[in-house]
Design a binder for this molecule. Structure first.
Ligand SMILES: CC(C)(COP(=O)(O)OP(=O)(O)OC[C@H]1O[C@@H](n2cnc3c(N)ncnc32)[C@H](O)[C@@H]1OP(=O)(O)O)[C@@H](O)C(=O)NCCC(=O)NCCS
Length: 210
C-alpha cells in the first residue's frame, strides 16, 4: 500500500484531509488514509489471509466471495455516503487495519472495522472510528449503527468511545447498536489524536502525510 497513494491513483473527490500518521500507544507508527481503487489487490490479499475468527466477527459468518465487482465496490467510494480509511504500518506500507461507513438511512451509516491481530489493543480501531466519525459529521451523518456478534467486547467498547451514548439490542447472538455522534466529543477525540504526538501513553500522535 503506498502512503500517500500514487498521484495517478487518486480518484476525484479524494479527501486529502484524512491522511495521517499516528503513533500508537505502544510507540509503533501507523499511516492512515482514505481507501483508493488501487488498494483492491491488497484488500483481497488481507481478506484471504485473515484468520477465521476475525472474518467471523467482521463479516458475521463466512467471508464474502471476492469477486472483482465486490472489490470494486469496497474500494471505489464517493467519500460521502460511503467512506473508508485504511491503515498501514508506516515503515513498510503493510496493511494493518480498515474502517468504513456506508449510509443506510438518512443521516445513519453502518460502520465496520477490522484490525490485524498483531496491531490490536493499541488504539488503532479507536483512532479509525474517531476519524470516520469526524468525516461522517462533516457529511451530515449523525448516527453510526453497527451489527456485531454479541460477545464481541472490543466492539461494544469501541461503540462507547469518547462518551458517545449508544442503545444496544441483542438477539440471537447478534447485537445491534446505534450511536448518535456527539460533535463535541468527536472534535475533542480527533484533536487529541492530532496533539498527542509526544505522549507515549496516549492513544497516539499524528503527523500529516504531506
Ligand atoms: C474490534 C477490533 C476492530 C478492535 O480493534 P483494536 O485496534 O484492538 O481496538 P482498540 O485498541 O482501539 O481498543 C478499543 C477498546 O476495545 C476494548 N478491547 C479491545 N480488544 C479487546 C479485547 N480483546 N477484550 C476486551 N476488550 C477489548 C478495549 O476497551 C479497548 O480500549 P482500551 O484497551 O484502550 O481500554 C479488533 O478486535 C478486530 O479487528 N476484531 C475482528 C473484527 C471485528 O470484530 N470487527 C468488528 C465488527 S464490524
Amino acid at each position: 500500500m503506498t502512503l500517500p497513494p500514487h498521484p495517478a491513483d487518486v480518484p476525484p473527490g479524494y479527501p486529502l484531509a484524512y491522511e495521517r500518521e499516528l503513533r500508537l500507544s505502544d510507540g509503533r507508527r501507523a499511516a492512515i488514509r482514505p481507501i483508493v481503487p488501487s488498494d483492491a489487490p491488497a484488500l483481497a490479499a488481507a481478506i484471504r489471509s485473515a484468520d477465521a475468527e476475525t472474518l467471523r466477527r467482521r463479516f458475521l459468518g463466512g467471508p464474502p466471495r471476492l469477486t472483482p465487482e465486490l472489490l470494486t465496490r469496497l474500494t471505489t467510494l464517493d467519500y460521502n455516503l460511503r467512506f473508508a480509511l485504511v491503515a498501514a504500518e508506516a515503515a513498510s506500507g503493510k496493511g494493518i487495519g480498515i474502517a468504513r461507513y456506508e449510509q443506510v438511512a438518512d443521516g445513519v451509516a453502518e460502520v465496520a472495522v477490522a484490525v490485524d491481530p498483531a496491531w490490536r489493543r493499541v488504539g488503532l480501531a479507536t483512532a479509525l472510528v474517531e476519524l470516520l466519525a469526524q468525516a461522517a459529521l462533516e457529511r451530515r451523518i449523525h448516527t453510526f449503527s453497527a451489527s456485531y456478534i454479541a460477545e464481541n467486547r472490543p466492539v461494544a467498547a469501541l461503540l462507547s468511545l469518547a462518551d458517545l451514548t449508544g442503545a444496544c439490542a441483542v438477539g440471537q447472538g447478534l447485537a445491534e447498536s446505534e450511536v448518535e455522534l456527539d460533535r463535541g466529543s468527536v472534535i475533542a477525540a480527533v484533536r487529541a489524536l492530532d496533539t498527542d504526538q509526544d505522549t507515549p501513553a496516549g492513544s497516539g500522535g499524528v503527523r500529516h502525510l504531506r
